[in-house]
Design a protein around this ligand. Structure first.
Ligand SMILES: Cc1cc2nc3c(=O)[nH]c(=O)nc-3n(C[C@H](O)[C@H](O)[C@H](O)COP(=O)(O)OP(=O)(O)OC[C@H]3O[C@@H](n4cnc5c(N)ncnc54)[C@H](O)[C@@H]3O)c2cc1C
Length: 492
């Protein structure tokens, strides 16, 4: 047994190792979407593949996910559903919503290859049902395969790129899409002879005299073991939302979320291991922070106001955009105001289970009950209704079919404030800086030999919480995981 005081930030020198416990060509950390995709490709390229998985089973956060995958530009599902889309519209939309740190080359590659990636997932055994649901949803209730999963129909994106639904889910009921995806990828990896060591936690990298990564130290059965990787190590250990110290250091605003969205091993281990050998971590402050206020889509017909009675956002936006508004002003009060038409259509509480802050027979009554400045809500409603009757929203450009006057009292207000009982889930986007083949880069943009990363361990396609679309994280993890697997297997 090797006795090292192991820290992710302190790689082990290969020449100090007395005993190697195992060897492989490609060594992968984590058996979620990125790790499984990397493993399949590396095995297909003829490499011997070993995956270290800290949990007792594969799947990771991906298996907990709704399983939306962002595909477009004319997928078989879109075509079967009669949806017109083009790669250029998809590209324009992703660039427009990529945020200030958008990686144009990464988006271009993903868009241009995404139809082949769709086919690859189908070839692994994932089936998509060609049924489109037009309602505004987080995910389909049944096994339908296609929804709008971002802000494609919202201003100004509907003017920048022709809208098309691009949220694809494998044929699983409701939120089972991520579990089905992982069952499919794990079964495919097993068929290809990928070996998996469960309850095996990667701790740090092993480097040779030239600082090439040549293996990993892992804790297996309570012992630290050294595993050699002849071709490459791929870090696919997920993000860091469960590591509160890391979140406090890099993305402190995410601490305000009351629901870390991930599995217990989202502790940033992969990022720390990569940093230990000089890997740069980028965009670490960014993450997805959401207020999942729909379904039902009737909620979207309401208006969202702050404690001054003023509207703050186009309410037909993606739920991540809505969450961002509340996160930007955490001390502020926020309410979703609906009238009796909307209230009657609420057959069950909205997804997030938000509490009703108050009700009023009239707008004035609700305004007083919520302690809003005198006249503020009444003015906001009068202005909104006057324009909504004409099909317009000059302030925020909310679009039909959700743009409707709220002129049927009584009124109700849902509390969307942070601390008001609303559900604010969050996960991280920042991670290791990588090239298009997953090669980990240092702060000068130089490759760290032998080291790759993918999924939320890397900074990939998802870069901007305020403009995110569901499906980008799994799309990124599977696609760039595959590329890392191919590249690592090709090393000699
Ligand atoms: C409820 C929910 C719904 C979501 N819905 C969607 C959606 O519809 N679409 C979408 O795109 N995204 C969605 N996401 C986000 C998405 O699921 C994740 O961002 C993505 O799946 C991450 O994939 P990954 O391969 O990077 O990580 P994971 O799937 O988490 O895999 C990482 C694996 O690494 C293992 N690991 C960690 N540390 C170590 C270590 N030191 N040694 C060995 N193993 C280790 C973990 O146990 C885990 O199995 C959702 C997330 C949640 C929680």
């Amino acid at each position: 047994m090797n006795q090292h005081k192991t820290s992710a930030k302190q790689p082990l020198k290969a020449d100090a190792i007395e005993q190697w416990h195992a060897e492989t060509d490609v060594l992968i950390v984590g058996f979620g979407a990125a790790g499984a995709s990397a493993a399949i490709e590396a095995a297909d390229a003829g490499a011997q593949v070993l995956v270290l998985e800290a949990a007792s089973a594969g799947g990771g956060t991906t298996a907990m996910a709704g399983g939306q995958i962002y595909f477009g530009g004319g997928t078989p599902t879109q075509i079967d559903c009669g949806i017109e889309d083009s790669l250029e519209d998809m590209y324009r939309f992703l660039i427009a919503t990529g945020g200030p740190d958008v990686d144009e080359a990464r988006v271009r590659l993903y868009v241009d290859s995404n139809l082949a990636h769709f086919d690859w997932l189908v070839a692994q055994g994932l089936e998509f049902k060609s049924e489109y649901v037009a309602e505004k949803l987080n995910n389909t209730h049944g096994d339908e395969g296609l929804i709008y999963s971002g802000m494609e129909t919202c201003y100004p994106y509907d003017e920048i790129a022709r809208p098309a639904p691009r949220g694809h889910k494998g044929r699983a009921v409701g939120e089972g899409g991520g579990a089905l995806l992982m069952e499919t990828l794990i079964a495919a990896a097993q068929r290809k002879g990928v070996k998996v060591e469960y309850d095996a936690r990667a701790l740090t990298a092993i480097v040779d005299e030239s600082n090439r990564v040549v293996g990993l130290v892992a804790r297996i059965d309570g012992e630290e073991r050294c595993i050699a990787a002849h071709r490459g190590v791929i870090l696919c250990a997920g993000g860091f939302i469960m590591n509160r110290d890391m979140v406090a250091e890099h993305a402190p605003r995410l601490l305000a979320s009351n629901f870390p969205l991930g599995n217990p091993n989202d502790t940033g281990a992969g990022i720390l291991i990569g940093q230990g050998v000089g890997g740069a971590a980028i965009n670490m402050h960014e993450g997805f922070i959401s207020l999942p206020f729909y379904p039902p889509s009737s909620m979207v017909e309401g208006i969202v106001i702050n404690g001054s009675g003023q509207r703050v956002v186009a309410e037909d936006c993606y739920h991540g955009r809505m969450g961002e508004e509340m996160f930007a002003s955490p001390e502020e009060k926020f309410y979703l105001i609906i009238d009796s038409t909307n209230f009657e259509t609420l057959q069950k509480p909205p997804l997030g289970g938000y509490s009703v802050a108050d009700v009023g027979e009239t707008a004035e009554e609700l305004e007083q009950a919520l302690n809003l400045p005198e006249g503020s809500l009444c003015q906001t409603l009068e202005f909104f209704n006057r324009h909504a009757q004409q099909g317009e929203d000059p302030l925020f450009h909310k679009r039909p079919p959700y743009l409707k006057p709220l002129d049927q009292p009584p009124y109700a207000a849902f509390d969307f404030s942070m601390g008001g009982g609303a559900w604010f889930p969050a996960f991280t986007f920042g991670g290791l800086h990588t090239g298009l083949d997953g090669e980990v880069l240092n702060s000068k943009g130089e490759t760290i030999p032998g080291l790759y990363a993918a999924g939320r361990t890397s900074c990939g396609l998802p870069r901007c919480g305020a403009l995110y679309s569901s499906g980008l994280s799994i799309g990124d993890a599977t696609f760039f995981g595959r590329r890392a697997g191919v590249a690592a297997a090709a090393e000699v």
